[in-house]
Design a protein. Structure first.
Length: 229
């Protein structure tokens, strides 16, 4: 089934101009994309909404509603064309080209991120590594040379539209974020366990491993108590 005509939409990270998409829907699109990639790699040409929803871990009703924002509808009895729907989501998310990524902070976390092969396979390319530690300057990680923090703004200017990744200690996160914003970065992923204030139009995604572990600890305690009771 050829992908249906798609309406352009206006959300952070997606291109277009005529329809707003709920933030929750945007957050689920990567789940659908991951499921579609796995299905395509497995040689599956068509998938029903129930099957795709199961792979993505959502209900089929929620999946159909989410995909309707892209103007993508499956056919009853036929389902979705896996390759076509994957291309549709990648296009709307801006993943049809390698998006430049600039990582600030090349400690253990930044080093691991730079070496993560999953980035290149999902539409991202690490174009810059920045750190303030003198022993690291000039060394390379995954083929990318680490630059001094004084060159941060220059790297941003060389890679317009880059995504900034803040992998520095909490005490330095605000300063780094402010510099990225002043240099023109409008999309930032931070691993620092602090709240960052940014201007309107700058989008920040926060990954706090401690918080995620605390949530899992709650569920583990609840499960243990349920078994014991």
């Amino acid at each position: 089934m050829a992908p249906a005509a798609r309406r352009r939409i206006t959300v952070p990270g997606l291109r277009g101009s005529d329809r707003a998409v709920p933030a929750a829907t945007v957050a689920r699109l990567p789940l659908y994309l991951r499921a579609l990639v796995a299905l395509e790699d497995g040689g599956v040409p068509k998938v029903s909404s129930d099957q795709l929803a199961a792979h993505a871990g959502v209900t089929s009703a929620k999946l159909r509603k989410d995909l309707s924002f892209l103007g993508s509808y499956g056919r009853r009895g036929v389902g979705y064309d896996v390759a076509g729907l994957r291309a549709s989501i990648e296009d709307e998310m801006g993943l049809t080209r390698d998006l430049p990524v600039l990582i600030v902070g090349v400690g253990n976390l930044g080093h691991a991120l730079a070496n993560y092969g999953g980035l290149s396979g999902r539409g991202f390319r690490v174009v810059g590594l920045v750190d303030s530690a003198e022993p690291l300057i000039g060394t390379t990680v995954a083929g990318v040379r680490i630059r001094p923090v004084t060159e941060l703004e220059m790297l941003v200017s060389q890679h317009p539209g880059c995504i900034g990744v803040v992998a520095v200690p909490a005490m330095a996160a605000k300063e780094v974020t402010d510099r990225l914003v002043r240099a023109g970065v409008r999309s930032i992923l931070t691993f620092a366990p602090v709240t960052l204030d940014v201007p309107s139009g700058v989008h920040v995604r926060k990954v706090d491993l401690a918080v995620e572990l605390q949530i899992l600890a709650y569920h583990e305690r609840a499960r243990t108590e349920a078994v014991a009771g």
